[in-house]
Design a protein around this ligand. Structure first.
Ligand code: CMP
Length: 139
């Protein structure tokens, strides 16, 4: 059974470079429906909470510092098999290895500043969706 939602964030560097519009256009082209969306900024504590699963990784400090360095756009996207469909759609984690034309290839800077986040499982999609959005913010 595959889930219908995934959580994405347009990361600070992509926001700073003016890529919110082009990335949202790509998401729409990909057939993903936006069911919730907000422009916000994470505190360091919030970024640490969001990326708790990576706590033991050597890049955790760098990742959470970067993700709290400027505004982001968070959104819940809906599509059949949303988690895998979106991961395929945005391209490999490292923009240098992402297929041409994918969001990360087009708008990513490097491994950390890879334009967008995408949930890695249905379980995490639900946890991450609940992190940003209440029931009355989803339509
Ligand atoms: P994201 O989809 O947001 O989930 C975890 C993030 O960790 C990932 O995208 C990358 O941006 C980041 N990441 C993964 N590996 C590394 C690494 N070796 N160095 C820095 N950041 C990394």
């Amino acid at each position: 059974m595959t889930g219908k939602i995934t959580l994405t964030m347009i990361k600070p560097m992509a926001v700073q470079k003016g890529f919110i519009g082009p990335i949202l256009a790509k998401i729409a082209e990909g057939g993903f429906k936006i069911v919730a969306m907000k422009y916000t900024k994470l505190s360091l504590e919030q970024a640490e909470k969001f990326y708790e699963v990576h706590k033991e990784r050597p890049f955790y400090g760098e990742l959470t510092e970067f993700m709290s360095s400027g505004p982001i756009v968070a959104a819940i996207l809906e599509k059949e098999n949303a988690v895998q469909a979106y991961r395929d759609f945005i391209g490999a984690t490292d923009p240098a290895k992402a297929d041409a034309g994918t969001i990360r290839a087009l708008y990513g800077t490097n491994l950390g500043m890879n334009a967008v986040h995408g949930s890695d499982s249905d379980e995490n999609a639900n946890i991450e969706g609940d992190f940003f959005f209440s029931k009355v913010e989803r339509y």
